[in-house]
Design a protein around this ligand. Structure first.
Ligand SMILES: [Zn+2]
Length: 378
């Protein structure tokens, strides 16, 4: 098999397995077989329904780890797809199928990059690992986070981590994520006293009490961001109050809101400031918090430079560093990784009907990963 077709062949084998989260459908067994053949020791670290593998070759430093997920989101109505979602199909220079972009092509590219790299540099420096989970798209409770706990307990640390999430906007290599914002949600209930709208002195209107506080929250400056992050943002997603009747002052007002926050703020500080504003306005309230992820950042350095050099050489484009978008498993791995980036194919069709990736992106992505191995481990 040629370099051109090896990644495509493996991506197709993975897409043909309908690994809707967290059911792995044998994807990881297939990967384990390939990795064992080139000298990896593969550990299976399953928790609940979730399958995870930690495959490592070598014991020395530095350790470069490729990370990703074999699970996919459901296909949605199959009859809306141009070709069946779990029947990988080449068409118009593209590969179609659920997981083609998110992220089975990246996983295939990890493996073929390692295969070629081992053949060319059997005595390379450091170690290489793959951390693969079947629970990234679901609850993500038994996946990467649990594997990281195991590694942490053993005192293992990763020097360079490359997550294969689809990060490109228009063309392969145009975007490398070097961090993500944190996400903190609040569920606020402001309490008043229900009454007749014509007798407001006998009631207490929680909408009127909350309005100035909400105005202050929406206008506040939480931080100014930094070189890598935009300023922290506060957004209200839901606001509910009232009985439906036009002559009743409501007894309660419910407000749901979310912070996407930079590394200039921390979750405790944001909580404290929200409470200060609510207290200042004399509100009687309940407030429940949910922290989905802390922000993380890898400053420009050895790993981002290796990524940018590889992308420039193979794809002929400049890779922008970005911290935009939702959260990823990188948030768990960063706890044990010195430097971590995300680099994968174009994300325009992920989670959609007719998800696809450009055929030419597959060998290129594999070549980018191989080039980074050579840069960091030789
Ligand atoms: Zn993904």
């Amino acid at each position: 098999m040629t370099t051109e077709t090896a990644t495509l062949a493996l991506a197709k084998q993975l897409i043909a397995r309908a690994s809707v989260t967290p059911d792995d459908q044998g994807c990881q067994e297939l990967l384990a077989e390939r990795l064992q053949k080139i000298g990896f020791t593969v550990e299976q670290l399953d928790f609940g329904q979730t399958k995870n593998i930690w495959a490592r070759r070598g014991s020395g430093a530095p350790l470069l780890c490729f990370a990703g997920h074999t699970d996919v989101v459901p296909s949605g109505p199959e009859d809306k797809w141009t070709s069946p979602p779990f029947d990988p199909t080449e068409h118009d220079g593209r590969l179609y199928g659920r997981g083609a972009a998110d992220m089975k092509s990246s996983i295939a590219a990890f493996v073929t990059a390692c295969e070629r790299f081992m053949a060319a540099h059997p005595d390379h420096a450091g170690s290489i690992a793959l951390l693969i989970t079947s629970d990234e798209e679901g609850d993500a409770l038994d996946g990467t986070t649990k594997v990281v706990d195991v590694l942490k307990a053993r005192g293992e640390t990763i020097d360079y981590c490359i997550v294969g999430e689809p990060t490109a906007v228009d063309t392969l290599g145009d975007t490398v994520k070097n961090g993500r914002r944190g996400s903190l949600s609040g569920n606020l209930t402001v309490k008043g006293k229900q009454g007749h709208i014509a007798y407001p002195h006998l009631a207490e209107n929680p909408v009127h009490k909350a309005a100035p506080a909400l105005a202050e929250l929406t206008a506040a400056e939480w931080d100014r961001g930094n070189a890598y992050f935009p300023p922290t943002g506060f957004q209200i997603s839901n606001i509910n109050g009232g009985t439906g009747a036009t002559n009743v002052i409501p007894g309660e007002l419910n407000v749901k809101f979310n912070f996407r926050f930079s590394t200039e703020s921390d979750s405790d500080g944001l909580k404290r400031r929200v409470h200060e504003i609510l207290d200042k306005h004399g509100l009687n309230y309940d407030l429940q918090w949910t922290l989905s992820g802390q922000p993380f950042l890898t400053e420009a350095g050895r790993l981002t430079e290796a990524a940018q050099a590889a992308v420039a050489e193979i794809c002929g484009v400049h890779a922008e560093l970005s911290t935009s978008g939702g959260t990823s498993d990188g948030r768990f791995i960063k706890a044990i990784a010195r430097e971590l980036i995300e680099l994968g194919p174009v994300n325009a069709t992920i989670h959609q009907i007719d998800e696809n990736v450009e055929l030419s992106a597959l060998p290129k992505l594999s070549a980018v990963y191989e080039r980074m191995l050579a840069e960091l481990l030789v």
